[in-house]
Design a protein around this ligand. Structure first.
Ligand code: ZN
Length: 148
């Protein structure tokens, strides 16, 4: 059984591959989803090899990005930043009735400031000690473009 959050993630990836052209080679219908265990990215262009992450978030309004969006594990993100590695990001906002908007933030417009570590999970949590991060969208609000 997929959780609501996993379902939303799948929805976001499906919307990106069906609606978005590849940001690099500009071809239509070349983005495909990567398997869930593929760590650094969610979609790849099967023509040019472009990689991107997809984040889906529920939202009441589709007009603008939320101030922050839940990210993933902080450890790998921090290590990638230390190596100056960033991945372009599609952000899919979805309302409860599955209306949606897609925003795009290119890798070269990202900076360390937009990745904020969260507190590690408590000792009693299922994944005790695990630490995530949030994307602080305030830092990059004017750099993201709305695709649809
Ligand atoms: Zn491409």
């Amino acid at each position: 059984m997929a959780t609501k959050r996993q379902e939303l993630g799948v929805f976001g990836e499906q919307r990106v591959v069906s609606d978005c052209a590849c940001p690099r080679c500009k071809r239509q219908k070349t983005l495909v989803r990567l398997p869930p265990n593929f760590k650094c990215a969610d979609v790849i262009c099967d023509f040019c090899g472009f990689l991107a992450q997809v984040k889906a978030a529920s939202a009441r309004s589709l007009d603008r990005l939320p101030k922050s969006i839940l990210g993933a594990a902080w450890g790998p993100q921090r290590e990638r930043m230390e190596s100056a590695i960033y991945f372009s990001l599609f952000i899919v906002l979805a309302t409860t009735d599955r209306s949606y908007a897609i925003f795009y933030l290119a890798a070269d417009l990202q900076e360390p400031d937009m990745f904020k570590p969260r507190k590690p999970l408590s000792e009693t949590a299922r994944r005790a000690g695990w630490q995530g991060f949030v994307y602080d969208m305030n830092a990059v609000m004017n750099r993201a473009v709305r695709l649809r």
